[in-house]
Design a protein around this ligand. Structure first.
Ligand SMILES: [Zn+2]
Length: 169
């Protein structure tokens, strides 16, 4: 079962922190760590075998790489894209709420440059992300994640409706 909830340590959620600058830094560190771990997890769980090489001493080594959500090409150094609920959608929400978008149903991998940008805009990009994510995430997991989210000013409901309309079960 994939993780659909990020547990945020209490010292990062407390508004009683005396040093706001330190709090900002620590939140930034936590966010980067969570994203890095998530990216590593999906890099391997969404990879396909691209080559297997047998060395002189008869030991096989295998090479696994994921596919880009935009052009479906094998990508060695992808970037990770939050596709359904975006960072901008959660801006201004409590930190603990914001962190809930960094989970597997909400991220896809894409080529660093052109592809990542193409996915960010419009309905076409969203549909490409959906086609990619459906290979790894079940409809029930997607809905379970969305149901656990705060409203984010209506963005969560909008996303839920879009999923229900576009996910061909
Ligand atoms: Zn690509």
């Amino acid at each position: 079962m994939i993780s659909l909830h990020i547990s945020v340590p209490q010292y990062l959620t407390s508004s009683s922190q005396t040093d706001p600058k330190k709090l900002m830094t620590e939140r930034g560190d936590f966010l980067r760590t969570v994203r890095r771990e998530l990216k590593q997890e999906i890099f391997y769980s969404r990879s396909v075998l691209v080559s297997g090489v047998k060395s002189n001493d008869e030991v096989w080594s295998f090479d696994f790489r994921p596919r880009c959500a935009n052009d479906n090409q094998i990508v060695s150094e992808p970037s990770m894209h939050e596709w359904l609920i975006k960072r901008g959608d959660v801006e201004g929400s409590p930190f603990e709420d914001q962190m809930q978008i960094y989970v597997a149903p909400n991220v896809v991998l894409a080529c660093e440059k052109g592809c990542h940008q193409e996915l960010q805009f419009g309905e076409e990009g969203r549909l490409k992300c959906l086609a990619n994510i459906k290979q790894f995430i079940s409809y029930d997991e997607m809905i379970a994640w969305l149901e656990g989210l705060p409203p984010f000013g209506g963005k969560t409901q909008e996303a839920m409706r879009w999923i229900e309309q576009n996910w061909e079960k």
